[in-house]
Design a protein around this ligand. Structure first.
Ligand code: AMP
Length: 423
């Protein structure tokens, strides 16, 4: 990752514990990323932080390292069911990923970390909590369930982190987050991190923080500079063929993420690609947690070259080597675009993002361009561009998610399908 912070400081300059420096060296990091260089000193001073940074810029270490350092500085054995630092995150995959990062950064520290999320059995999580936990990473629903079962005591909590805060404070999660905040001590250190921070949630975010320092790296809602973005205009009935064409002719190697709006359509597209000789997996909220993890690990290991996902996977998931993101369906919200394309070009690598834009998506495209303050170049000449009027073979029309008959009441924008919690 490039270190473009003005002072060119090192991790040792941040006064991090030698046990953490060893783990950082083992990860191969040579210098703190800008968000790390800016956040870590404030967090070590005990300040609250409101952090805004692009995806893939090292946000996790920006909070994990100082939390581990603070726990090392004030060692305390946690009693049964008690927790010292809580990280709340919207998806199970992200919770598991942050847990892995804590285990790596804390490998030489003896700090006790645990993760709890829904979709898997309670008992192992209850057992982990019974031992007392220094750092707990959790999704809100399961945390509340465990609290209601009397397996969790948040009275000793000293540090509270809300990751992906904009998503956590929107209508879907906000009541659960508020309930959890009501349970934790008022005197605490709080950190809020997000790639995007719309003004609608900023006020609420600030109500959780005490005299916060604002740390913003790059412009809010900016997309990573090293992602080459393109718009491909196409009619809905031709999107499948266009996808196959791109994967077979243009982008024949490297990992690809394809984003779709509908869960069942994501599975269908993955099957369609497999039938055409491209190893693909689907990940979405209708799959069991085990199936989601299997799909992700097949993708991570390169066994599946393509991961077809709904927005459940658009945030935070860090898989090395994703070279291309395809927005097969445009997102329902401009901010989701930033999160989706942020799956590529992570940690200083470069990447590409292509968006399939149907006539009815033009307003969304304009909103996205306003949000990122850029006009996305259009790929003019391709075999499926609307001007070429290629009729789709009947088989494509029959089972394509895009050619389902339209209900006369269904609005053109597709908003009625927004079910953010189960995406
Ligand atoms: P995050 O934004 O926390 O998901 O991190 C994105 C990626 O950057 C992960 O693969 C990290 O391992 C990597 N990373 C985090 N900090 C650094 C650093 N200081 N130098 C190089 N890579 C880093």
């Amino acid at each position: 990752m490039e270190n473009d912070s003005p002072a060119k400081i090192t991790f040792a300059d941040l006064n991090l514990d030698e046990r953490l420096l060893r783990a950082i060296a083992a990860k191969g990091y040579t210098a703190p990323s800008p968000i790390q260089a800016q956040c870590i000193p404030y967090l070590l001073e005990g300040r609250d932080v409101l952090g805004t940074a692009q995806t893939g810029t090292g946000k996790t270490a920006a909070f994990a390292l100082p939390i581990l350092q603070l726990l090392l500085r004030h060692p305390r054995r946690m009693p049964r069911n008690c927790v010292r630092a809580l990280i709340l995150t919207p998806t199970r995959e992200l919770a598991a990923q942050i847990h892995r990062s804590f285990l790596e950064y804390g490998a030489h520290t003896g700090v006790h970390c645990a993760v709890v999320y829904g979709g898997v059995g309670f008992q192992p999580q209850i057992n982990a909590l019974q031992k007392g936990v220094d750092v707990l990473i959790a999704t809100p629903g399961r945390l509340i369930d465990l609290g209601e079962r009397g397996c969790l005591n948040l009275d000793s909590l000293a540090v509270f982190v809300l990751d992906e805060a904009d998503r956590m404070l929107d209508m879907g999660f906000q009541p659960a987050v508020q309930r959890i905040v009501n349970e934790i001590p008022e005197v605490r250190q709080s950190l809020l991190f997000s790639a995007t921070m719309p003004s609608t949630v900023r006020g609420l975010a600030e109500s959780f923080l005490h005299d916060p320092v604002n740390v913003a790296v790059a412009g809010e809602s900016a997309t990573a500079d090293n992602i080459a973005q393109q718009v491909w205009h196409v009619e809905g009935a031709h999107k499948k063929q266009l996808l196959l064409h791109i994967l077979q002719e243009h982008h024949t190697e490297g990992l690809v993420m394809v984003f779709m709006r509908m869960k069942h359509a994501a599975s269908k597209i993955a099957d369609f690609l497999k039938k055409n000789g491209i190893q693909a997996e689907a990940i979405h909220g209708n799959k069991s947690q085990n199936a989601r993890e299997r799909a992700l690990s097949a993708f991570r290991s390169g066994k599946a070259r393509v991961l077809v996902a709904t927005d459940v996977a658009s945030r935070g998931i860090d898989v090395k080597g994703i070279e291309l993101v395809i927005n097969y369906d445009m997102p329902n919200e401009a901010e989701a675009y930033v999160h989706r394309i942020g799956r590529t070009a992570r940690a200083g690598a470069s990447g590409k993002a292509l968006s399939f834009v149907e006539h009815e998506n033009r307003n969304m495209l304009r909103s996205i361009e306003r949000l990122i303050s850029q006009t996305i170049p259009v790929q003019k000449d391709h075999p499926f561009s609307p001007s070429k009027h290629i009729p789709a073979p009947p088989s494509f029309q029959r089972d394509s998610a895009d050619s389902r008959p339209r209900s006369p009441n269904r609005p053109k924008t597709g908003w009625q399908f927004r079910k953010r919690r189960s995406a």
